[in-house]
Design a protein around this ligand. Structure first.
Ligand code: CTP
Length: 214
């Protein structure tokens, strides 16, 4: 099977020395890339900047911005059977990038931000992807309802939802606890290491893919 995975944060430049980003470590996406390779599949990992080592035998495309990630996914997704969007993509990017370092002046500074492309949302509609589509949802409230809304809006086959209001789980942590939200039902997985969870998730996604193809 050919599996595309997006991972990590994106970095949206403000000027030559500054950028907007988020706390995503990339650990969950990288652990899933490892798990799919371990299960004998071919993986294309498209990742924003992280401190992680790229797992062996993974094809790797490093990107910086949401626009870069969008272009790399648009280019690669056509060859894929499964696509897993684990990246924490910036929802907004500076409306313009200053060519020179922004100098301090007044007491306040207002930044104008514009929406980035929704890469997962483009998978079906713009990229014409017909394989198994998996998204992530990081929520602080109404986990199931928000994840189910995302499942329908982005035409996914599965949303892996986690409650990021729980300390020590999710973003930047080695552990995670997720709720699998399928069109027909949910399945809660207990808290465990991202490594163990990645194997569990890869198996669930491969099982789902087999089911959808029959
Ligand atoms: N995603 C993406 N491109 C974006 C934004 C998000 O591919 N520009 C993907 C993420 O990789 C993830 C899912 O979409 O799989 C998350 O959906 P999103 O609607 O962004 O959810 P949240 O970030 O949880 O935000 P919100 O609360 O704004 O819905």
């Amino acid at each position: 099977m050919h599996v595309l995975i997006t991972a990590g944060p994106t970095r949206e430049p403000l000027d030559p020395v500054r950028f907007l980003t988020n706390r995503s470590s990339g650990k969950m996406g990288y652990a899933m890339a490892h798990a799919f390779v371990h299960a004998g599949h071919s993986v294309l990992l498209i990742s924003g900047p992280t401190d992680l080592e790229v797992p062996e035998q993974v094809d790797f495309i490093p990107v910086e911005t949401a626009a870069d990630m969008h272009a790399a996914v648009a280019n690669g997704i056509g060859r894929m059977d499964i696509a897993v969007f684990a990246a924490a993509v910036a929802d907004y990017t500076p409306a313009c990038v200053a060519a020179q370092k922004i100098k301090k002046s007044g007491a306040t500074l207002t930044l104008e931000l514009i929406r980035t492309p929704d890469i997962l949302g483009a998978a079906r509609e713009n990229f014409g992807f017909t394989g198994t589509l998996v998204g992530f949802a990081a929520e602080t409230e109404q986990l199931e309802a928000n994840a189910r809304d995302k499942l329908l809006r982005k035409q996914c086959d599965l949303i892996i939802a986690n409650d990021v209001s729980k300390p020590a789980l999710g973003f930047d942590s080695d552990h995670n606890e997720v709720l699998l939200v399928y069109p027909e039902y949910n399945e809660a997985l207990p808290a465990t290491s991202k490594h163990a969870l990645a194997h569990r998730l890869a198996a669930a996604i491969l099982e789902l893919h087999a089911k959808l193809k029959t």
